[in-house]
Design a protein around this ligand. Structure first.
Ligand SMILES: NC(=O)c1ccc[n+]([C@@H]2O[C@H](COP(=O)([O-])OP(=O)(O)OC[C@H]3O[C@@H](n4cnc5c(N)ncnc54)[C@H](OP(=O)(O)O)[C@@H]3O)[C@@H](O)[C@H]2O)c1
Length: 335
């Protein structure tokens, strides 16, 4: 039995993680942390766990958590997460970090996009990126895994086979994506206020969203040079789900069936990537760890559609998939 701890247990990703782990036969949740005072029970912040998980929220004391666990999931915001993880460098505990802190290759890019000095710069560029479909062997061996961002998961899974094939231009890629509001976390903000978000779809962070360099760097690791991606995210009034529509220019003359074949061959045997013929919708992947992909050829452009649940394959489902890879369990266990 693997003993796990969850840091930042009051948030949305942690809630989804607990929900999945409660049905994992090889995992026991031992520690849940929060800055909340008075050690409330988890059911006080996530009432759906009443009668199912009797644990109090405790302060985030890294060595105390590591002493009681084999694996820590950090569901903390960026910077706060690396502050804690840096303190566990000498510990044997394995860590899956939900934040962006260890996803990028270098501290300069982190500082440019996150506006902060990285708290643990030495490890950047050496941490496995938690997409088993692309980095399974590195994840298996890793003590620390950087769980991917939600938008990058949808975009990278769509683009990796195309870029690897060298059948598309790598400097004219457009990723247009829509996300449900849980992608912004549980802490209330003006943009996620019901009155602002309901009955409205709005673009945000145009040209400056932090997931853009993540997509470029991770795809660059796969093909050996950095593609250029124009990424525009939108908030839409639903709880969860991401639909990414990816526009690329082919460099070869292939039929729609051949493009579909390329994706099918690339993801053959992958339990969580479904290459489908119909146009995917976020609802098809709701509360699951699936990523649904398909293609359409329109006016000499290839359009790829990628649907995930941001809290599933985009966060907590992926984290459990990574745990399964790291500890040698069947990859689909609990998922
Ligand atoms: N939401 C998504 O779809 C998604 C997808 C992929 C990755 N992520 C990443 O996963 C992490 C968690 O996201 P989330 O959506 O679960 O966020 P969230 O709902 O806002 O929860 C984050 C939790 O961390 C704790 N926290 C907040 N600020 C903190 C600080 N400065 N120091 C220590 N603890 C702090 C809070 O708990 P207390 O106030 O109780 O201490 C909060 O409940 C983030 O790094 C996010 O970028 C999110």
């Amino acid at each position: 039995m693997i003993r796990v701890g969850i840091l930042g247990a009051t948030g949305y990703t942690a809630r989804e993680l607990v929900r999945i782990l409660l049905r994992h036969p090889e995992v026991e949740i031992r520690v849940l942390t929060s800055r909340q005072e008075g050690r409330p029970p988890i059911s006080a912040v996530h009432p759906q766990f009443a009668g199912r998980l009797e644990l109090e929220l405790t302060p985030t004391e890294p060595h105390h958590v590591a002493g009681q666990t084999d694996c820590i999931f950090s569901c903390l915001p960026h910077a706060a997460s690396a502050d804690v993880i840096a303190q566990l460098a000498d510990s044997d505990v394995r860590i899956i970090d939900f934040s962006a802190d260890y996803r990028l290759d270098d501290a300069a890019t982190y500082q440019e996009w996150y506006g902060k000095r990285h708290p643990d710069p030495e490890r950047l560029g050496q941490v496995a990126y938690g997409l088993p479909e692309l980095f399974r062997e590195q994840i298996r061996e890793s003590k620390l895994v950087a769980n991917p961002g939600c938008y990058p998961t949808a975009a990278i899974l769509a683009l990796a086979p195309l870029l690897k094939s060298e059948w598309i231009e790598c400097h004219t890629i457009v990723v247009d994506a829509k996300s449900g509001l849980s992608g912004a976390g549980r802490t209330p903000k003006l943009t996620t206020h019901f009155v602002e978000a309901n009955e409205s779809v709005s673009p945000y962070s145009v040209g400056r969203h932090r997931h853009m360099p993540e997509m470029e760097q991770i795809l660059g690791r796969i093909i050996g040079h950095r593609p250029s991606i124009l990424f525009t995210p939108h908030l839409i009034p639903m709880d969860r789900g991401i639909l990414a529509t990816v526009y690329v220019r082919p460099t070869v003359n292939k039929s729609e069936d051949e493009w579909l074949d390329l994706l099918q061959t690339f993801y053959e045997g992958e339990p969580f990537v479904r290459v489908v013929e119909h146009l995917p919708a976020t609802k098809d992947t709701l509360s699951s760890n699936f990523c649904d992909l398909t293609v359409r050829l329109v006016k000499e452009r290839l359009v790829v559609f990628s649907a995930i649940d941001n809290l599933g394959k985009g966060a907590s489902g992926a984290a459990v998939q990574n745990l399964n890879v790291m500890f040698g369990f069947p990859e689909t266990l609990a998922l």
